[in-house]
Design a protein around this ligand. Structure first.
Ligand SMILES: C[S@@+](CC[C@H](N)C(=O)[O-])C[C@H]1O[C@@H](n2cnc3c(N)ncnc32)[C@H](O)[C@@H]1O
Length: 271
């Protein structure tokens, strides 16, 4: 039985895609302990760029930290606001949700943040080296002297890239806990070595067996990067790279690691 009211208005596409983003994230990336540990050390306000539905920002606010979360998609931020409201008034008070583009970002609190983070591959959604550099520049401009920037990006290995040949793959069949419907996710990824990008086409088919499914789809381009490039972009933004790690345990990056965590500090003593 579907939990959805058949008479309800059709869901707008951006809202459906934001909801389905959270359905994807039922697979826990396992990064929250890292963000909590960095927040603990930061001793001051936190800025999250490209914060999406508040998957990271809300738990940070729940843990007692003041968080400013920036995203350019209103539907994603609406979900972040609902998530914060569900966590209680104190959490809502500690979380500032800002609708905005990280490119050229100028927040009133620039120069005051103790930690600036770009979790879970968001950096790769910025399609040029210049745009990724601008995100690093936004982190640098918003950090207080002595503040720390942390960027987390995926480094696909050769086996991953070989699979990205444009063929459609089943990603999952799972029930959406919110709407109570089955969702079948299929996706085709096409790697282009010339541009260092992966073009992703994703279909979500929602419905009960025997019913006509509602199909949503999205197209994304992911721009791949490297440890050297992210280090160079951090340095170009005036930050001093402290660590290039290969996973959420912050062990130094080694051969075959498929995750890149760069920690870089803004020079200067904290006021
Ligand atoms: C991978 S998702 C969110 C990740 C989120 N930090 C998390 O860990 O769950 C990437 C987000 O980046 C946002 N985004 C993409 N380009 C942006 C830009 N130029 N400025 C601000 N947000 C952007 C998208 O709207 C999307 O919500």
């Amino acid at each position: 039985m579907s939990q959805v009211d058949a008479t309800s208005e059709p869901e707008p596409l951006p809202d459906a895609l934001a909801r389905l983003y959270d359905l994807d994230l039922l697979d826990d990336p396992g990064d929250m302990d890292l963000w909590l540990a960095l927040a603990e050390q930061a001793e001051g306000p936190i800025l999250e760029l490209m914060a999406g539905t508040g998957r990271v920002a809300v738990p940070l606010a729940e843990a007692g930290f003041a968080v400013t979360a920036v995203d350019l998609d209103p539907a994603m931020l609406r979900r972040a606001a609902r998530r914060a409201a569900a966590a209680g008034e104190d959490v809502e008070r500690r979380l500032d949700l800002v609708l905005g583009d990280v490119l050229g970002l100028e927040l009133a609190g620039a120069g005051t943040f103790r930690l600036g983070i770009v979790p879970l591959n968001s950096m790769l959604l910025l399609r040029t080296r210049e745009a990724q550099g601008a995100a690093w520049a936004a982190l640098a401009a918003h950090l207080a002297p002595g503040g720390l920037a942390a960027v987390d990006a995926w480094l696909p290995d050769a086996a991953d890239l070989a699979r990205y040949d444009g063929r459609l793959h089943l990603e999952y069949l799972r029930r959406d806990p919110e709407r109570g419907r089955w969702v079948t996710k299929t996706a085709a990824a096409q790697h282009d070595g010339a541009t260092g990008t992966i073009a992703l086409t994703t279909f979500f088919d929602e419905g009960e067996p025997g019913e006509a499914a509602v199909r949503w789809f999205r197209r994304d381009v992911v721009r791949l990067t490297s440890a050297d490039e992210q280090r160079a972009l951090a340095e170009a933004a005036g930050l001093a790279v402290e660590l290039v790690a290969g996973g959420y345990d912050l062990e130094p990056l080694g051969p075959h690691d498929d995750r890149l965590i760069v920690l870089a500090r803004k020079p200067g003593d904290r006021a």
